[in-house]
Design a protein around this ligand. Structure first.
Ligand code: DC
Length: 335
């Protein structure tokens, strides 16, 4: 079974208006979710108290929804609620998430579904950015762009070509002959370097360290930032990195800066490395993380920095769910 939500509004409390609005809403839900009538088990309506002339459930019967069980209830009067609003919850056969449908004025209820918005998630290595960004993007059903993967791919190329990471000229020439491509395969980001999927090869500590070094060069940042802005301009997305809120998307709708003590971050990184079957020595990982933080925060161009309007979250003593809850609360406050 899957549940599908939706809502619509009427211009006035007239039976004909209610009939028309309910029919339009149910047909749209059926079309968007490819449902036939006998796939629908149950339709539950609620309407604001200013709708009195016809039960939406009765309107649904009259619109030809004969098979499903129908139920209507009136909501209490709540100050500030969208007036003349009909909400619906539909239970239907099938797996996965249903496509919600919000029509007319009710589309204002779900700006997260209908408006384009970007979330900037910055912070040092191991602060929990990528875990949170992935979950957040999945919950809002929007794209997740891991910008660190892009710098890591550039670093992998430099390591493979044995180019000195500090040599700006050599890195620039290398960049001119580098083709980086971000694709989405099965809903997951895949990072392609010169046509090769390097998504797993870029996850080693060696590449992470090299990424921090190549990311300091203007030529690399210019190319990456252009790609990131062009991806973000096309759709709603969550971007995680170091300079998203300050440089890539200074006007992002939501900005968060995650941090955690270096010991907690090193512990998390060790767990990640062990899960990938790689060796991890806590003290060594902690040292690498601290060196990387220093380099990322002290480079001349777009250093790791909290944007003035970003919300700071220290994740040291918070669970993933707790961090997500805080972020959701901030987004819902404004959206
Ligand atoms: O987030 P990560 O560990 O995958 O990032 C690897 C390196 O890339 C990081 O140490 C600094 C650099 N980076 C950056 O400079 N700007 C970004 N937006 C993302 C990553």
């Amino acid at each position: 079974m899957k549940s599908i939500r939706g809502a619509t509004t009427v211009a006035s409390d007239q039976p004909n208006e209610i009939r028309q609005a309910v029919k339009e809403l149910l047909w749209e839900i059926a079309a968007k979710n490819q449902l036939k009538q006998d796939d629908i088990a149950f339709i539950l309506f609620s309407n604001t108290a200013d709708i009195r002339s016809l039960y939406p459930a009765k309107a649904a019967r009259e619109a030809g929804f004969i098979m499903p069980a129908l139920y209507s209830s009136a909501e209490p009067e709540i100050e500030g609620a969208l007036p003349l609003c009909i909400r619906v919850l539909l239970l239907a056969d099938g797996e996965g998430k249903g496509v919600p449908v919000y029509l007319r004025e009710a589309s204002r209820l779900r700006k997260d579904k209908f408006a384009r918005f970007n979330v900037a998630l910055d912070g040092p290595a191991g602060s929990g950015k990528s875990t949170i960004a992935k979950l957040l993007a999945a919950q809002y059903d929007i794209l997740y762009l891991d910008t660190g993967a892009m710098y890591r791919a550039c670093a992998l190329k430099a390591l493979r070509c044995e180019v000195s990471l500090d040599d700006a000229r050599a890195v620039e020439t290398l960049m001119e002959h580098t083709c980086l491509d971000i694709r989405y395969e099965g809903g997951k980001q895949a990072t392609y370097l010169d046509g090769e999927d390097v998504s797993s090869q870029i996850r080693t500590p060696e590449v992470a360290g090299a990424a921090s070094a190549v990311a300091a060069h203007a030529c690399v940042r210019k190319k990456m930032v252009e790609m990131q802005r062009s991806i973000a301009a096309k759709q709603s997305c969550v971007l995680d990195g170091r300079d998203i809120g300050t440089e890539v998307l200074p006007h992002a709708d939501f900005k968060f800066f995650l941090t955690a003590s270096s010991a907690v971050r090193a512990k998390r990184r060790c767990e990640d490395l062990k899960a990938m079957g790689l060796a991890a020595d806590f003290e060594e990982v902690k040292k690498q993380i601290e060196e990387r933080d220093y380099r990322d925060a002290h480079r001349d161009i777009s250093p790791l920095r909290q944007a003035e309007d970003a919300c700071l979250i220290d994740t040291s003593d918070l669970s993933v769910d707790e961090v997500l809850l805080r972020i959701h609360a901030k987004i819902q406050e404004k959206i």
